[in-house]
Design a protein around this ligand. Structure first.
Ligand code: ADP
Ligand code: MG
Length: 241
């Protein structure tokens, strides 16, 4: 079980954002994806979700189906001004089970409530999402992800515009998820958060610079190599593949 990335290249207007990348995310592992701005981190996550077409190579879901992977994109897919309660938003995590218009049964309702409780939003179920702070809103998006009961959690810079207290509460939630067997793969840009919470890191700069234990990968030499690779990529004209 896991996600295998095999020689993956993904481009926009023929400029590769991910270039001949190989990677193996194993069952139940916890990985940070780290790298400079524009390094292709969001592109990699979207390709892992099957949302972008590959120029070369492929993403293999081994023993996983679409519903086994929960994805929290960098830009929220939710319009926060629309009328919707916290419960309704969190219950969208059940989409794969019940469809858009299905009814939530008692056990599913309990699961959504439990997901809200895990992010300390249990008392807010009936609140309108328009009335939430950024941090509270992010907690509810986490609850939606938890309600899905996925085997793999994919998160793209989940702590942007989120206060420090919420960030650390949600990092603890991710740690627990991982301890309970879920794989966690998150794009992060905060070095300290990665070092404190993520045993493994893959460092990218369009191509893969290094992957392994965070201790081995987040070192000056490799970070410098990533920055250098980005500068090279910004300058160069790309071949078609
Ligand atoms: P990161 O998440 O690491 O900051 P992205 O994957 O968002 O990087 O982007 C990688 C590169 O691809 C950047 O140069 C970015 O400008 C470009 N890019 C991303 N999305 C698009 C798009 N929809 N159309 C054209 N170029 C894009
Ligand atoms: Mg990004």
């Amino acid at each position: 079980m896991g996600i295998v990335i095999d020689n993956l290249t993904v481009s926009y207007q023929r400029r590769p954002a991910v270039h001949h990348l190989n990677m193996d995310f194993g069952d139940g592992e916890m990985w940070a994806i780290f790298g400079p701005n524009g390094a292709g981190k969001s592109t990699l996550l979207k390709a892992m979700m099957g949302l972008l077409q590959a120029d070369t190579g492929q993403v293999l879901w081994q023993g996983l189906q679409r519903r086994d992977i929960a994805y929290l994109p960098q830009q929220s897919d939710i319009d926060r001004s629309q009328p919707m309660t916290v419960f309704e938003l969190a219950a969208m995590g059940l989409w794969y089970e019940i469809g858009f218009f299905g009814r939530v049964n008692a056990r599913q309702r309990e699961r959504v409530q439990r997901a809200l409780a895990r992010v300390d939003m249990g008392d807010f179920a009936e609140r309108q999402i328009a009335h939430l702070s950024n941090g509270q809103f992010q907690r509810v998006l986490f609850a939606r992800m938890l309600a899905q009961d996925a085997r793999v959690l994919l998160l793209d810079e989940p702590f942007n515009a989120v206060d420090a207290q919420t960030t650390y509460a949600l990092l603890e939630v991710l740690r627990r998820c991982n301890q309970e067997g879920q794989a966690v793969i998150a794009v992060l840009h905060d070095y300290e958060q990665v070092r404190a919470y993520f045993p493994n890191t893959v460092l990218v700069a369009r191509e893969k610079i290094a992957a392994g234990t965070t201790e081995m990968v987040l070192v000056d030499d490799l970070l410098a190599r990533a920055n250098h690779a980005m500068q090279q990529h910004e300058r160069s004209d790309w071949c078609a593949a």
